[in-house]
Design a protein around this ligand. Structure first.
Ligand code: AMP
Ligand code: MG
Length: 319
């Protein structure tokens, strides 16, 4: 893998200024409602290559293409299935990514050589302003170094990618805090390749939903093969916070006060799963910055956004 050259990273709140970098084939990190993305012109293979270098991302992990409008989905796909049409009608713009047959205009590097492309229209106003100012779709994975938790603040982007990318378009902390839900929409059932910001229950209101069979997921969505979303500390999933042993090099995040809360290096009690989703990745990063060795995370119920949280915790615990 080529090492990233050192560059000056400009911080700005101006979408038109950030779009100038994109036009020159440079990388711009920007806020979306899920997490911060690292954008490049999706039609410029050399610009997209820079994403893989800056993130140290494996080349076979394809990128999500972000579009400014529903009409633009047709610019990057070959066919919009009736199912896709329904999902777009119900959930675009928003935290849903759909996988469809790709158009010939999308470079191979975007899709990791797959015949499909993943597309999303974010609803975050700053993201839409940037897409509008650029005038072309942006491929944008999460703006973190590969393997690290996704960034939910612009300062987390700087921690990972400062000096490696041209520009960070600043916004507030992200609203959802977890990545988009990825759905294969080529057939007549919505196949959930990755759980995320849009709960499966919501999708089930407009379409038949199924989860991939064992062995089907990895080839269909290569990114799910990799270790992901993980802090340096060891994550341990917890069902009963009463059973956790507090210590100075451990941290806790969950819905109930653990015993000896004050003895943890960090302790965060959240009100509900939405708040845990919003806080989780920033909490992971805060723990790493404070030499925490073990992070105990109480599992949310297996419903709504809780399902995506459980998925991320499971992946983070795996070593
Ligand atoms: P990230 O951009 O880091 O949030 O990861 C993007 C996710 O979308 C990964 O899990 C990819 O495997 C998935 N993805 C992107 N493009 C495709 C595609 N063409 N087919 C299936 N999954 C995809
Ligand atoms: Mg990512």
């Amino acid at each position: 893998m080529v090492e990233s050259p050192l560059v000056k990273t400009l911080l700005t709140t101006s979408a038109p200024e950030a779009a100038e970098f994109l036009r020159r084939g440079e990388l711009v990190a920007f806020p979306t409602e899920t997490v911060y993305g690292l954008g490049a012109n999706a039609f410029d293979a050399a610009a997209v290559e820079r994403i893989f270098v800056a993130k140290s991302r494996p080349a076979d992990n394809p990128l999500i293409v972000h579009v400014a409008s529903i009409g633009e989905v047709a610019r990057v796909t070959r066919e919009i299935t009736p199912l896709a049409d329904r999902l777009i009608g119900a959930f675009f713009p928003g935290p849903l990514t759909i996988v469809l047959p790709r158009s010939a205009d999308v470079p191979d590097i975007v899709t990791g050589g797959l015949e499909t492309v993943a597309v999303r229209m974010p609803r975050h106003l700053v993201a839409l302003e940037l897409l509008g100012a650029a005038g072309f779709p942006l491929c944008a994975p999460s703006a973190n170094r590969s393997g690290r938790p996704s960034p939910t603040t612009w300062s987390a982007v700087i921690d990972d990618l400062g000096g490696r990318i041209a520009c960070v378009l600043q916004g507030k902390a992200t609203e959802i805090g977890l990545e988009s839900t990825v759905v294969d929409a080529r057939g007549d059932e919505a196949v959930i390749l990755r759980e995320g910001g849009l709960p499966a229950e919501e999708i089930a209101r407009v379409a038949r939903v199924r989860f991939p069979a064992a062995g089907e997921e990895a080839p269909a969505s290569p990114g799910t093969r990799y270790r992901h979303y993980a802090p340096s500390a060891q994550v341990r999933r917890v069902v009963n916070p009463e059973e956790v042993r507090a210590s100075r090099d451990a941290a806790f995040i969950g819905f109930h006060h653990p015993k000896g809360a004050a003895e943890f290096a960090r302790c965060r009690v959240v009100a509900d799963a939405a708040e845990m989703a919003r806080e989780l990745f920033a909490f992971f990063r805060e723990c790493d910055a404070n030499a925490v060795r073990t992070i105990y995370a109480e599992l949310p119920a297996e419903e709504g956004i809780g399902r995506a949280i459980r998925d991320r915790l499971e992946r983070a615990e795996r070593r």
